[in-house]
Design a protein around this ligand. Structure first.
Ligand code: ATP
Ligand code: MG
Length: 321
């Protein structure tokens, strides 16, 4: 049994035009504690919605929310909101949101901002929680004295480290990071990536790393899921998916990133992103796919085996296997 198993996860939002199919039948797994899954794909493909549906942080306009999420033997979707809040959130699944570093209370010292949720969740004394806050700051590479500072005294990279420290404060099994470095400049980004790699190794926390930046995903991920129109298009070991993609969308996405020494000019994935309310019939990528043929219009491909632990949502992968 894998450490995290997601089966047929669905998250639709209500909108005036109809159901927005942000997550539309996603199945994937993380095999063991301490492994990292990268989730990549274009804007609007459903990456954040997938992350938030696992952490059950949902907006008010949720339509359908169903499927199975098994985390270490506990099925999460069937838990009441109350139990999820008490037993899962922060304790077993923690999230570093896109822009978390801008969410601090500007008039509260950093130490107290880390300590207060600890006091609420564990009933620890103020002194114990503050001491623990300093330990957490040290664990994410900040001086203990950071506890006495206010948010405006910290750089973006430092604030992101604090957000990571807060997420780790209850020793979660799974840490979900949604674009954790996208607001930072490249050198700070590299340092945060090194921190995450070290934490993964030292604490054994499993990670879901959401990003549109494939190079970043490849740095930390053991496996990678490529999202398109609410579905997983390709899933497998990071080297396999990035070096030998089996899905034409992944191939197009990889061609769209600049390489340091590559001669080819990067290209955007041609065509427009599919409508999230009424996606194309059959294969959702067919309208942009250079290999599309008649079957792609009439039949929706499932995920086919494309090698060891490697799957792709394309009829060409079926023929190749
Ligand atoms: N609260 C909401 N209500 C209605 N539609 C939403 C809501 N949140 C997201 N969407 C839509 O759901 C789809 C998936 O959005 P999501 O934010 O999950 O994509 P993403 O892959 O994280 O994109 P990005 O790379 O821009 O962060 C998009 O069509 C988006 O417009
Ligand atoms: Mg997003």
């Amino acid at each position: 049994m894998a450490f995290l198993t997601i089966e047929n996860l669905v998250l639709h939002y209500n909108s005036p035009r109809g159901a927005v199919r942000a997550v539309d039948g996603v199945s994937l797994s993380i095999e063991r504690p301490g492994a990292a899954l990268g989730v990549i794909g274009e804007t609007g493909s459903g990456k954040s919605s997938l992350a938030m549906s696992i952490a059950r942080i949902l907006p008010g306009n949720v339509g359908r929310y169903e499927g199975r999420i098994d985390l270490g033997g506990t099925e999460l979707i069937s838990l009441s909101n109350d139990r999820f809040r008490r037993e899962i959130r922060w304790r077993r699944i923690a999230v570093v949101f896109q822009g978390a570093m801008n969410g601090f209370n500007p008039v509260m010292r950093i130490g107290r901002q880390i300590a207060e949720p600890l006091i609420v969740r564990t009933g620890e004394s103020k002194a114990t929680a503050l001491a623990r806050a300093e330990e957490l700051l040290e664990a994410v590479g900040l001086p203990r004295g950071t506890a006495r500072r206010y948010p405006h005294e910290l750089s973006g990279g430092m604030k992101q480290r604090v957000a990571i420290a807060m997420a780790l404060s209850m020793k979660p099994d799974l840490l979900i990071l949604d674009e954790p470095t996208s607001a930072l400049d490249v050198s700070v980004q590299a340092k945060i990536m090194n921190l995450l790699k070290r934490l993964k190794w030292e604490t054994g926390v499993a990670m879901i790393f959401v990003t549109h930046d494939i190079a970043l995903a490849s740095e930390i991920s053991d496996t990678v899921a490529v999202m398109y129109a609410g579905q997983v298009r390709e899933l497998g070991p990071v080297d396999r998916v990035l070096d030998a993609p089996a899905d034409p969308y992944t191939t197009a996405l990889l061609a769209s990133i600049p390489t340091l020494h590559g001669a080819a000019t990067p290209r955007y994935v041609a065509g427009v992103a599919p409508d999230s309310v009424e996606p194309p019939s059959g294969c959702r990528f067919r309208e942009r796919c250079p290999h599309a043929f008649s079957r792609c219009r009439s039949e929706a491909p499932r995920l086919f085996d494309a090698g060891p632990s490697h799957r792709a949502r394309c009829f060409l992968a079926e023929d190749a296997s």
